[in-house]
Design a protein around this ligand. Sequence first.
Ligand code: GCW
Length: 728
Amino acid sequence: MTKVCLTLTVLVTALFGTGASTAHAETGAEAWLRYSHLSPQDAKRYERLPGTTILLGDSLLLKTARQELASGIAEMSGRTLGEGVNLPQDGAIVMGKVSDLRAFAPGLVLPPELRADGFWLKSATIHRVQCLVIAGTTDRGVLYGTFALLSKMARAESFNALDEIQQPYAPIRWVNQWDSLSGKIERGYGGPSIFFADGKVRSDLTRARQYARLLASIGINGCTVNNVNADLGILDDGMITQIGRIADAFRPWGVQLALSVDLSSPKAVGGLDTFDPLDPRVAEWWRKKVDEIYQKIPDFGGFVVKADSEGRLGPSSYGRTHADAANVIARALKPHGGVVFYRAFVYNHHLDWHDLKNDRAKAAYDNFHPLDGAFDENAIVQIKNGPIDFQVREPASPLFGGLRRTNEAVELQITQEYTGQQRHLCFLVPMWKQVLDFDMQVDDKSTTVKGLVAGRVFHRPTGGFVGVANVGMDANWLGSPMAMANLYGFGRLAWNPDLSAETIIDEWTRLTFGGDPLVVQTINTMQLASWHIYESYTGPLGVGTLTNITGNHYDPGPESSEENGWGQWHRANHTGIGMDRTVATGTGYVGQYSAAVQKEYESLANCPDNLLLFFHHVAYTHVLHNGKTVIQHVYDSHYDGAERAAEFVAKWRALQGHVDEERYRDILTRFEYQSVEAKVWRDAICSYFYRMSGIPDAKGRVADKGVRSYGENPLTPPVQSDIRPKVP
Ligand code: GCW
């Protein structure tokens, strides 16, 4: 299997180059950019497409756009586009900036002003000749418009009377990679780093180029290439020169490169005896370092900083604030137009769990709300979607509503650390949408999380969306072809968070598997149900996590997630379960929300069932809004979830012959694995709560099977790089 995959990787790598591939090896490497040959019937729709491109300008990005368009159209329709300067009688595809279009086609009524990177696709008559216009506010906008056009064609959408404007919701649409210089990826489930190996930048950066192309195709404009737990060596002089090669690979696709840095660098590697952010020598060190970077990487994006968090050093070493720490770096970046992302993921991981008032969920707000207004204009506070850490369900972090004079970005996790590590199907877009659409009701006004992070509510200069991606060298990028829907979905939401999960998955499925109605319907339905199913057999009712929290974050481990300083999770005992976070009797976390949101969460009467145990400690016999007791719901949910996960197998089998054999087999094995794994989860969790509560299952299914959690699945997950720890 590994050998076959390697061979295919080499093959795909050879074919893929900077443009689209010309053959489909069906390893998943092309993701949603397959550009499959259109059926004769679909091809008919594009018969009148002009055969010449006219480029208004000659920038690197415009050339990329033209090449992408030409190769995409050639692959899908077999037609070769010519390149022209003057308008031929049979029309042209005109590509360029809106500002240049004005001169080229003075008679054309241009759209009203668009935001940076926005584009306009227009079927238009120019100088009495029928043309297709791909115009952008920036060169990057033209590239995005080109991808949008190709996506329409791949999904057989008509170009007739095309007149479409799209513009990004927010300026920041970035991914973070948690790669280390050694080549390992923290929480990466798709193989080793595409950027680094053995302490150096890889000599062959083909995959980095392909990745930038994938990112650009969904509007992502920045990528931080190394782990937030940053290697100190990342800022070495020699390393920056090497990293410049990655930036070169990104540049044709308009993806800015950024780096994660350790705040202690001035001392740890810079030869100073301090990294105090208020020491002028430290400021000078950052300034020089940043100047040096921009000399080598003129379009460098900026830095991401994780400080005073999970053992990383931070400003607390000198009694300074997070704003002091962010600003010393922001000031070095400012003259070059760079930004610093300062992560709000700051909490004490040695909390005394005996004290029931202690609550990790409060940490981000407690640490950052008092600093509102103290961050420079080019600093962005990067906030995880929930107050804990990427669990299967969390409420939106109250910090989103707690900053008015500070730029914000939401950090979402594409890599499925706590949601099945790409071995379980878990399409996260519905979860992300719940957070982005959540109304924080600041000042009793409609203030959604998406509006806040985009800077629209409080008129901030910048902000937006960051996704922790962690793609790797596995041919299919994330370790599973189905998981790529999450990378696609992240990009689409960052571009337009108003898109529905249904629209996003429908686009993805058609682009990834083609338009066969049975395939589209089956995959869309499975993907859309998958988050809820995963939640049902792992941790329902907002219980936080029941995964092995001190180990692999994957197997069931309800015992491990209690009684440790890393966080207080479910507080299950013999009488009840849940974490009381109310103002009245609990940790007071609820008080971090606006008054209107507090009303929703503070009382048992109003709190939604799906977050009940996140906010309240209740008896196992407490009756939910749905009429069941908590304990019976836990049992039913796990049985139902495991059953529905098992049904994926039969549903997928029905696609045999409708999906290419390689991906059909690969995905089938994954579903078979998941169906067993879901039962392992079901039995481990039901058994645990039966022991805890002593209350039998009304349907007689649950027995005490003893403490057992790991490694009971006889099937081997079909991944190309095995990260799962060996069973003890
Ligand atoms: O949840 C934790 C992860 C760590 C990660 C950390 C973070 C990069 O388990 O692996 O470290 O979050 O987001 O900083």
